[in-house]
Each structure stands twice: as structure tokens, then as C-alpha cells.
Design a protein. Structure first.
Length: 364
């Protein structure tokens, strides 16, 4: 019996000790994240995706048909303005030039004969040895001969121009991006021979939604981020703003041109263009993280933190009116003042008047 009594005594003492530990333990204080309410400028940054392309990207072709006798470039080659890229067999066009030269020589000979005849008839007419009709006929023959010379000269110039088209030249300093034909192939007029990328800096084409296109103007300064070139932001400027919607229906094409640090940028790279848009009112706004705003049957609300002393804070519920919603943030029109602390995490797990602590508290 003594042993049983000792056991019950020990259990009783243990329960008393546990009760004292429970009484002595501090209540759990939930830690929360917070953010100080500040008015932010009217700027809104938006990113739109696109791809880079050369300032001038063209498929070059001959203006005349013929057999390709030489292609003087390969993919990746750099060419200067006016440099010959490819040649066609010029023999057929040289024959046409020679024929035009012969035609011009014949027209000039006929003109000399007509002019000499006109001079003779004119002298005879002045001496009254030729009729007025003879003089008119001689003058008409001379004028016709002069017109034939002009026509023959134009034919010769056209033939020489056609001959010059057998040489395909670069329009400016460019790089060869692609080739389409090989030597000894028959090429038709307008058939692509090579594709060139020209210009010092690349361009980026993006599609801007209709809600933002009114805020984009030619000359606006933007930033370009290229996935393949990490850690570098390229300055750029808007060069063209579309006035008609693109294939997406509700977007408009906008072209921006890089202005610096261009050598490493190649055509076809994925790029994001950052636009900074101003608000319609131009006034500062109160923006809070989207997770800071809760909503229930009573409406939208946030929790405001006030110091409770000893490093603790009291979370108080406050109703707010929201405005525009942006990626990651919400505009608060009323209910918050600059300098207040708002809970930004765990809003749904705390109650009005609850005692909390601050994570990463730097305000003590």
C-alpha cells in the first residue's frame, strides 16, 4: 500500500509541475511580414516580348535573268557598300549593247545626211530654185533624223543599264545572313540570291496592347533585355508606332532601335522591351502588394500595425477602397496613409487586434 501511495504522490507532483510550466509559458505570437506605406510615382513599367532583327534586312536579287557565273560571298561575310556580291553571264547583254551602239551609229549617219540635204534645199529655196514643200520635207527629214538619234541613244543607255544589272552589289555595309543559289544555276529576275543584314544596331519589334499604345510615341526612351546576353540592359528608342492593330487584333506593332552596345546583338534573339508609362493624372499613388489586401463579406481590408511595446505589435483591420490593379500590386484609393505599416503576408491567418511580431524587424 505504501508503494501505491508513493506512485500517486509522484504523479500528483508531476501534474502540478506541468501546470506550472503551462502557466509560465508565453502565449504564441505570430510573426508577420510588413511594408511601410509610401506614395509612389506615376510611372508604370511594362515589358513586352519580341525578337531582334537587323536595321535593314533585305533579300537581294538580280533585276535581269541569266546564268550565275560567280557568287563571291558566303554566310557570315562582311561586305562594303557597292561591293559586288554575285555576277551573271553578261554575254547576251553585251550583244544587246553592241547592237544598240550600231543602231546609234546608223542613226547619226542618217542624221548627218538629212541635215546636209536640208542645208542644200534651204540654199536652193533662198535662191528660188526649190519649192516650199521641198524645204518642209527636208526640214522634217532632219528633225526625224535627230529624233532617231535620241531614241538610239536611249536604247544604248538602256542596254548598258541592263548589262550593269548582271552585277549584284551590296546597298550598304552589311553581313551575309543567307545564300539561296549556287554557281551555274539559272536565275530569274527578282529571284532571291542572298539575304543581308545591314545597319550598326538591331531593332526589336513588339506588340503593345491597345490599353497602352496611346502612351507610346516615336522617340520614347526604352530599355531592352536580351535573354542570350545576361546581365546587360540595352538602351533603345522607339522609331515606329503602328496605327493599325496586328494579327492579334488588340495589339499594335511598335519598333524600337538599340542605340548603344550593338556588336553582340544578332538578328533573331529573344528580347523584352521595358516601357515606362505615366499615369493619366500624373499624381503619386499608394501601391501595396496584392497579398496585403484581403476580401470577405464586409469588403476589402488590410491589417495596420501599431506598436504594442516590448517589440510587439497589434494588427488592426481597416477597410480600404482599391483602384487600378497592376502585376504584383494594387492601388489603394482610401484607407491608408503614408508612413503606416501594413501586413504583407499571413493576412488571412490573423484576427483584428491580434498581437504579432515582425519578421526582419528593423524599426526597433
Amino acid at each position: 500500500m505504501r508503494c501505491v501511495g508513493a506512485v500517486w504522490l509522484a504523479l500528483g507532483l508531476g501534474l502540478v509541475a506541468c501546470d506550472r510550466e503551462v502557466e509560465d509559458a508565453e502565449p504564441f505570437v505570430r510573426p508577420v511580414r510588413y511594408e511601410e506605406v509610401v506614395k509612389k510615382g506615376p510611372e508604370r513599367v511594362r515589358e513586352f516580348s519580341g525578337s531582334t532583327k537587323a536595321e535593314l534586312e533585305s533579300a537581294l536579287s538580280f533585276k535581269v535573268a541569266g546564268t550565275l557565273t560567280s557568287r563571291l560571298v558566303s554566310v557570315g561575310d562582311l561586305v562594303n557598300a557597292g561591293q559586288v556580291i554575285a555576277r551573271l553571264d553578261p554575254q547576251d547583254y553585251q550583244v544587246v549593247v553592241q547592237e544598240a551602239e550600231a543602231g546609234l551609229a546608223a542613226a547619226r549617219a542618217e542624221l548627218r545626211n538629212a541635215e546636209a540635204s536640208y542645208e542644200r534645199v534651204r540654199e536652193l529655196y533662198e535662191n528660188r530654185n526649190a519649192s516650199k514643200s521641198d524645204l518642209d520635207a527636208a526640214r522634217a527629214a532632219a528633225e526625224s533624223g535627230n529624233a532617231q538619234v535620241r531614241a538610239a541613244r536611249q536604247q544604248l543607255e538602256a542596254a548598258k543599264l541592263q548589262l550593269s544589272y548582271t552585277n549584284l552589289t551590296s546597298p550598304q555595309d552589311c553581313s551575309i545572313a543567307e545564300t539561296y543559289v549556287k554557281e551555274n544555276e539559272n536565275v530569274s529576275a527578282g529571284q532571291s540570291v542572298v539575304r543581308v543584314n545591314c545597319g550598326e544596331c538591331s531593332e526589336v519589334t513588339v506588340s503593345v496592347p491597345e490599353t497602352f499604345i496611346s502612351g507610346v510615341e516615336a522617340g520614347d526612351v526604352v530599355e531592352v533585355v536580351i535573354d542570350a546576353i545576361a546581365g546587360e540592359v540595352f538602351p533603345a528608342a522607339v522609331t515606329e508606332v503602328g496605327v493599325a492593330s496586328g494579327q492579334a487584333g488588340t495589339t499594335f506593332p511598335v519598333i524600337v532601335a538599340l542605340t548603344h552596345n550593338c556588336p553582340n546583338v544578332r538578328s533573331g534573339m529573344a528580347a523584352d522591351v521595358r516601357f515606362t508609362f505615366m499615369s493619366e493624372t500624373g499624381e503619386d499613388k499608394i501601391l501595396v502588394p496584392g497579398v496585403a489586401v484581403g476580401e470577405d463579406r464586409s469588403g476589402r481590408y488590410v491589417f495596420i500595425l501599431t506598436s504594442a511595446g516590448d517589440g510587439y505589435w497589434t494588427a488592426s483591420r481597416r477597410s480600404v477602397e482599391i483602384g487600378a490593379i497592376y502585376p504584383g500590386s494594387i492601388e489603394v484609393l482610401s484607407g491608408l496613409e503614408e508612413g503606416e505599416l501594413v501586413v504583407t503576408a499571413g493576412v488571412r491567418r490573423i484576427m483584428d487586434g491580434q498581437r504579432v511580431s515582425l519578421l526582419d524587424d528593423t524599426r526597433q
